[in-house]
Design a protein around this ligand. Sequence first.
Ligand SMILES: C[S@@+](CC[C@H](N)C(=O)[O-])C[C@H]1O[C@@H](n2cnc3c(N)ncnc32)[C@H](O)[C@@H]1O
Length: 473
Amino acid sequence: MQTGDEYTVKIEKISTGGGIAKIDGQVVFVENSCPEDITKIKITKINKNFANADIVEIIEPSPHRVEPFCPMQKVCGSCNMQFIDYEFQLMLKKQIVEDAMTKIGGIGVPVNDTIPSPKTKNYRQKIQYPAAQKGSGRIVAGYYKPQTHDIVNIKYCPIQPEICDKIIEFIKEEAPKYNISGYNEQKHAGDLRHIVIRGSEYSGKFLVTLVINMDLSLRGGHKSDVVISYDYNDYAIATPSARNDNKFLALAQDIFEKFDEVSGVCINFNNKKTNVILGAKTVCVAGVDFVEEKILDKVFKIGSDTFFQVNPKSAENIFKYVKEEVKKFENPTILDAYAGIATFGIVVSDIAKSVVSVESNKNSIEKAKEVLRENNICNVEVFAEDTVKYLKSIKKKFDVTILDPPRKGCSLDSLDETLKHTKEKIIYVSCNPATLARDLKYLCEKGCTVESIQPFDMFCHTYHVENVVIISV
Ligand SMILES: C[S@@+](CC[C@H](N)C(=O)[O-])C[C@H]1O[C@@H](n2cnc3c(N)ncnc32)[C@H](O)[C@@H]1O
């Protein structure tokens, strides 16, 4: 097999790298293909254990192909399953999880059917668009074309709430009027790096964050471009005079005044040469620094840099599922590790004896504390700390641990500490089947038993899939 060779193949299954065909036993990933397609493909790259190919011609389309509802689907590439019917997407996600479990985890437990998302359009309540400058001075913002840093200028995205398109278009139009330029990644120059929006199904409100290529280093005084003062709680505020003098504050104020749906506008300072979207410092310069989201009967506060599931309706199904599992215990003690804004901890607080939520992001813990105070919840303790460090500092054991790490999964230290501090069950919540399978393998080697694996469709029309695994210790 050589680059440029053409073959006619049948797509056998799907993976997170695209459809899979086999040529003389060799795995070939074919982008934008659907299982059961018969296609002519051209090899684009040969790697050690697999090859990549593009479709040259679809000879016989899979019966599961549908017309994508987004006109940008092919160019944008974010919704890489949108041309596959939804029922089949759910089946394919189950198959992706099964493959990870058997191939990486060596786990033979049957995977349940994927629980669908209650909403499959306009579901995404977290938008992070990179922004850049065109030669004409126009600002563009959207998603990167797959495998590139070329921005597809998106004016309409049917997986996010419609108002977000309007807010983003407004920012693109207004920013140049204030001499705000789009970011140039190669030159590390220009002003606006990202537009970040956090939305809420419950309140219909949106928190807008403008990520700018600047640092905020002076506290309580003047920075060359942004004048900020601090109130008695050490909370950064923009002074009225600053609003007149400063282009970013003026744009923020305009956004806030234009859209009733906007609860607040923040500026995030990120002048590092990095792919990380948000810098360490954020100030709220109009309205409030959160949106409220309701999960079951609890209302949470989501800030610009606090973690919250992107699809609150599907997340609610996960929270219900986890709560049902916790209900099997009488008055249990719960460890909520990698807690974010203590969402799991707070959701199960009324059926638990006590909960400890541990999270490394201080702002998330501050938001959790506000919710605990406002709802008079007294049996949840929150700690702004690294999970492993916290667990190493205590002797206590918990009946149930809810473990919800980032995509990279848990370190061995973290799994060891979790085991040491859990009496009965670990409920492992994961957005990455590969790292989940790796961690389950380790837990099984240490004597645990995987009881069930339940996929949820949190990220409709993409390869991504969320899972909840019940493990007995
Ligand atoms: C997938 S999110 C889960 C958040 C929360 N459980 C929820 O459902 O909203 C993972 C969280 O782990 C936090 N995190 C990452 N590394 C951590 C660490 N070493 N110790 C504690 N928290 C960490 C992140 O800030 C993030 O909030």
